[in-house]
Design a protein around this ligand. Structure first.
Ligand SMILES: C[S@@+](CC[C@H](N)C(=O)[O-])C[C@H]1O[C@@H](n2cnc3c(N)ncnc32)[C@H](O)[C@@H]1O
Length: 223
């Protein structure tokens, strides 16, 4: 642990608490990320980028586990606000798109990208995956999830290109969502030497306490 903030507990509900001393944040961590972390630590991964980090929940989680974390998003205001008081070492925040990753070739041991890569049209997703591949070291890990065509929101809204909809998901009405099946994901990852693709269902609640479930693919690909 090289972080200056303290995790009270990461327990079954996958919640990360940061003590009141630094400003209280209560963030839930994806169980997939917790599980993937076993593989990453086993292979001595150190340098990780969290692409589309949002509020920074996974950046903070990886940082607390000793990773050297590069957090990025097209809008970094949330993670900047959440980490302002923490004075963390080994956390670099930089605003950019996943379609243009401003780091050298073979730079990262891990690229993490949760609930983000499908927020684009297919050409941008392909460009993002090329950028991930370029910036990953050989034999390093791309850990991400991707919306499935089996998700209940598939088909809602306006289809702007095949399997890409605007207006399909509550709270994200103006953002494109691309839905993939397993074959498409395999094709997108064809440069990678290996890809473990698992189907998952996650439940979550909106601000009005309505429950939703999300059908996604959880993927660990190796360059
Ligand atoms: C649903 S949030 C997920 C945030 C975080 N990864 C998590 O799991 O909590 C999607 C995030 O992707 C970001 N985003 C959308 N398009 C992006 C792009 N082209 N490049 C980088 N980030 C993007 C959004 O700003 C938003 O913060």
């Amino acid at each position: 642990m090289n972080s200056k903030f303290k995790i009270d507990s990461v327990w079954e509900n996958y919640k990360l608490h940061i003590t009141k001393e630094y400003g209280f944040i209560d963030l839930s961590i994806s169980p997939f990320v917790i599980k993937a972390n076993d593989t990453l630590l086993k292979h001595n991964c150190k340098k990780a980028i969290d692409l589309g980090c949002g509020n920074g929940r996974h950046s903070l989680y990886l940082n607390s586990l000793g990773f050297d974390v590069y957090a990025s998003d097209i809008d970094c205001s949330k993670i900047i606000k959440n980490t302002k008081k923490l004075n963390l070492s080994n956390l670099t925040i930089r605003e950019h798109s996943f379609t243009a990753i401003p780091y050298d070739d073979d730079f990262f041991d891990v690229v993490l990208c949760t609930s983000t890569l499908h927020h684009a049209i297919l050409s941008d997703i392909k460009q993002g995956i090329n950028e991930v591949y370029r910036t990953l070291k050989p034999k390093s890990y791309f850990v991400f999830d991707f919306l499935s065509t089996l998700d209940t929101s598939y088909g809602i809204g306006t289809e702007i290109e095949k399997n890409t909809f605007i207006g399909s998901r509550t709270g994200e009405e103006n953002i494109p969502h691309h839905y993939a099946d397993e074959n498409e994901l395999k094709a997108l990852l064809n440069n990678f030497s290996f890809a473990n693709i698992n189907k998952s269902i996650y439940s979550f609640y909106d601000s009005k306490n309505n429950q939703y479930s999300s059908r996604v693919f959880d993927v660990i690909a190796v360059k």
